[in-house]
Write a protein of this length. Structure first.
Length: 150
């Protein structure tokens, strides 16, 4: 299980020294609810842990692998959008995606004059109430993790 996650990134982002024993590594990941022990003494990687720190999401079940951002556009010249804006929009799409849908995930498409980010599934608020509805998140733990690490 430890080979599936990018532990160096996890400990760098949490600004904690890498523990010297596997048990301490597991305890750190479990404290952030990225993994949990099962009744057989093995460890389960939660969706949150896989989405944030998988070395390769394709090594997880296909349902989860489809939830990752695929492809990296290469840009030449002056960008239309700042890297910070694109990062925030992409993170928002990942955080608010519907993990119960299969066969589809967030899509990021770069065109000559625009960037489109789509997320399949029904919104949590009525579209006519987007402006005045209180904020809601489908994946609260993922949102909290993102907010505490920006």
């Amino acid at each position: 299980m430890l080979d599936l996650l990018d532990l160096a990134s996890y400990f760098a982002l949490t600004e904690t020294p890498t523990p010297s024993t596997p048990a301490a590594v597991l305890a750190g990941l479990a404290s952030d609810r990225l993994i949990s022990p099962d009744v057989g003494g093995r460890w389960n990687i939660h969706n949150l842990g896989a989405i944030l720190f998988a070395k390769d999401l394709r090594r997880f079940e296909s349902r989860l692998a489809r939830k990752a951002v695929r492809g990296t556009p290469i840009r030449n010249g002056k960008p239309l959008f700042t890297p910070v804006a694109v990062r925030e929009l992409a993170a928002n799409a990942l955080i608010h995606q519907d993990m119960t849908l299969t066969g589809a995930g967030p899509t990021i498409e770069l065109f000559r004059n625009r960037l489109e980010i789509t997320n399949p599934g029904a919104p949590l608020a009525e579209t006519v109430r987007f402006i005045d509805s209180p904020p809601r998140s489908r994946n609260e733990a993922l949102l909290l993790h993102w907010l505490t690490n920006i």
